[in-house]
Design a protein around this ligand. Sequence first.
Ligand SMILES: C[S@@+](CC[C@H](N)C(=O)[O-])C[C@H]1O[C@@H](n2cnc3c(N)ncnc32)[C@H](O)[C@@H]1O
Length: 322
Amino acid sequence: MTHDLLQQFVNRLLKNERHRGKLARRQELDCYRLYDRDLPAVPLVIDRYADRLYVAQYLRTEESERPDPQWEDYLAAISSTLSVPVEHIHLKQRRTKGDPTQQYQKLADEKNLLIVREGGLRFYVNLTDYLDTGLFLDHRLTREKFRQLSRGARVLNLFCYTGAFSVYAADGGAAQVVSVDLSNTYLNWAQRNLALNRLFDPDKHEFCRADALQYLPTAPAEAFDLVILDPPTFSNSKAMAGHFDIQRDHPTLINQTLRALRPGGTLYFSTNCRKFRLDKSALQAGFVKDITAQTTPFDFQGRLQRWCFVIKKPLPEGETLP
Ligand SMILES: C[S@@+](CC[C@H](N)C(=O)[O-])C[C@H]1O[C@@H](n2cnc3c(N)ncnc32)[C@H](O)[C@@H]1O
């Protein structure tokens, strides 16, 4: 790495940490994005989790996973600039066009869980054992919106991962929360996140290990008031009948979810599929709005690579949505 590039990288880290650190402290927020390939010549993504750093190096398809010779320079610069000891900096190599099924595979077994604060709540994150950490930082504002709509609601969290939306719904006063995921590991993690916030009430929380595509047709009609639907872009887990492709399958998935919603109920639909196009005409919805901009947090401005829509189930003839 040239001296000039190193200096530019250091200056950018300092500037981002100063600005975003201040905003985060104001919100008592421990986890936020610090750097996202701001300098193309330094293709890293750096997230802060309390006193630790999660650093993802994005490899192009043809690049091998051999340690990048520049990595030692990056590590030294990040450590000295942000005053974080190297043993608290966790590197992950990710592929720009990776095998999506790898995303949820276990990479290590160190089990050193860290507790981070967000929105007055606490979450377990794991910076070593998986490609992802257990908390998707970019959905912070969507979780807050979800909390505000949860009072007395019957909530469904589909593709729930570690249950962050279920924790927010419980904190918002949800009457019932059903969390559905294919993975027992993540369902257990979701339960631990609820317990960590003293929100785990077995009478209100149901954890369902299932293929969401097979769960939905069996869900009772009009059983929920509020749903979060955040599927992977692609999924072909062995536990599934066939594979799932969000662009092709989203109308069926959304319409099946609308069937489980009460008339006038609210569905938050999110996808990380960059080239995604919502097929509004295929949806049996009363209202559809793209809220990607409204759900983009300060540390993802101009860099967010996911969509979010609010979709409402039509009301019976003659009634109007509020
Ligand atoms: C993008 S993550 C969801 C993130 C979550 N909404 C959040 O904000 O924390 C996708 C999740 O879908 C789960 N998954 C993948 N295929 C599935 C399927 N067919 N049925 C249910 N869960 C599935 C994965 O285990 C993973 O936890």
